[in-house]
Design a protein around this ligand. Structure first.
Ligand code: UDP
Length: 384
């Protein structure tokens, strides 16, 4: 008899764990997905009117430095080369982002070389800031007030709904600052977009005789009793019916508009000014430059605090959230038969490649532990 595994959620975490366990031949796996499609917030679908591949929950550009993760995703579909090159609209004009030598020279009206620019920017930094604790500290210390206020302050207040002095420095550390003309948004070794979109990729990961998929089906903690082990990839607090309170998330809304030709000449343009209510506009046909479309579909992206009915996107992780997270993580470690994995269940700001990497690592650990599922860990990575 195969052991029965339930997996709640069909994003990358759920899909990778399902596949890895299915391939051992020891388990029969039910994947439960409450939405009407696979792939969670990575979901892509062709627009019925224009045929353009849309990232329904916002732009997803795959990037990783882990060779095993890059090899893994390519097992399930062809990736087209794609480099994310973002532009930023500021009060002083349109610039290249991340901040690079072109940004610095154009913003300050200079023609510096890399060494001169590095010295110049170091001179802008606020030396009175010690070890940066907050987003604001990090920006002021390494970039100075002018770059901070033009590129980061307004955008960050819109995106997170709080003062940047309340946010961790790690959020800004996601973005490189370069003293050369490299305008690649990411620092990773590998980057691309799946030719047929993320949902096709994830449905191939899940296409295995030992895996059954149940769309439009919410999975509850009660149902886990019928299984030898459950993997929960939804919000950690929802597993416990929010009994200690709610972890805060930011949610997004999208305002769609359509036109002909090329609306903005780039896939993503950020709007850094606080007076403009949206954070960015994405023009999705530019995510598939290998396709030809006359029409174009764009989305203005707005951020808000997630209410109970909203889709959670970004864990806010303010001080109160982190205290609550610790309490939920302690509860999770006392929960029998359940493993929490992925971005929502570990309440961390993880990109796709990080979720896949952690899910592969977790699966390898499970396989090494063998089919005594009671010995399996409670978390892919315990959050803090
Ligand atoms: N950010 C900003 N201005 C920008 C782009 C990013 O202030 O034009 C800040 C903002 O706080 C954002 C963070 O940098 O949340 C990380 O940006 P990233 O592009 O990694 O965010 P994501 O694509 O995950 O939304």
């Amino acid at each position: 008899m195969k052991k029965r595994i339930a997996i709640a959620g069909s994003g990358f975490a759920g899909a990778v764990i399902a596949r890895e366990l299915a391939e051992t031949g020891l388990y029969s796996i039910d994947v439960f997905e409450e939405r009407d499609h696979l792939a969670g917030n990575c979901h892509t679908e062709r627009d019925s009117g224009t045929g353009i591949m849309l990232h329904r929950y916002g732009p997803h550009i795959f990037n990783t430095s882990r060779e095993d993760v890059w090899d893994y995703v390519q097992r399930w579909g062809k990736f087209e080369p794609y480099i994310n090159r973002v532009k930023a609209k500021t009060a002083r004009g349109m610039f290249s982002l991340p901040i690079n030598l072109l940004t610095i020279n154009q913003f300050f009206g200079r023609t510096m070389n890399p060494r001169e620019a590095a010295e110049f920017v170091a001179g802008l930094g606020d030396q009175s800031v010690g070890t940066p604790q907050s987003f604001e500290d990090q920006a002021l210390k390494f970039l100075g007030r002018e770059l901070y206020e033009n590129f980061f302050r307004g955008y960050t207040k819109k995106q997170w709904g709080v003062e940047p002095s309340e946010l961790p420095a790690s959020i800004l550390q996601r973005l490189p600052v370069r003293f050369n003309y490299d305008d690649n948004y990411y620092n990773m070794r590998f980057q691309g977009i799946p030719l047929e979109g993320y949902t096709a990729l994830i449905s191939r990961i899940l296409d295995h005789p030992a895996i059954s998929i149940h769309l439009r089906t919410r999975f509850t903690a009660d149902e886990s009793r019928a299984y030898d082990r459950t993997f929960f990839t939804g919000p950690l607090d929802s597993w416990f019916n929010f009994r200690l309170g709610r972890l805060q998330y930011r949610s997004l809304t999208f305002d769609r508009f359509e036109s002909q030709g090329d609306y903005q000449g780039n896939a993503v343009i950020n709007y850094c000014e606080e007076t403009i209510p949206f954070t960015r506009i994405s023009e999705h046909k530019h995510f598939t430059p290998w396709e030809k479309h006359e029409a174009t579909v764009c989305f203005r992206e707005f951020s808000k605090l997630a209410g109970p009915e909203d889709i959670p996107y970004y864990p806010l992780r303010l001080t109160g959230d982190k205290a609550l997270l610790k309490q939920y993580a302690d509860l999770a470690e006392r929960e029998k038969g359940v493993t929490f994995a992925g971005r929502l269940a570990t309440y961390r700001y993880l990109d796709m490649h990080a979720v896949i990497g952690e899910s592969l690592d977790l699966s390898r650990r499970l396989i090494a532990l063998g089919s005594d599922t009671s010995s399996w860990p409670h978390f892919s990575v315990r959050p803090d």
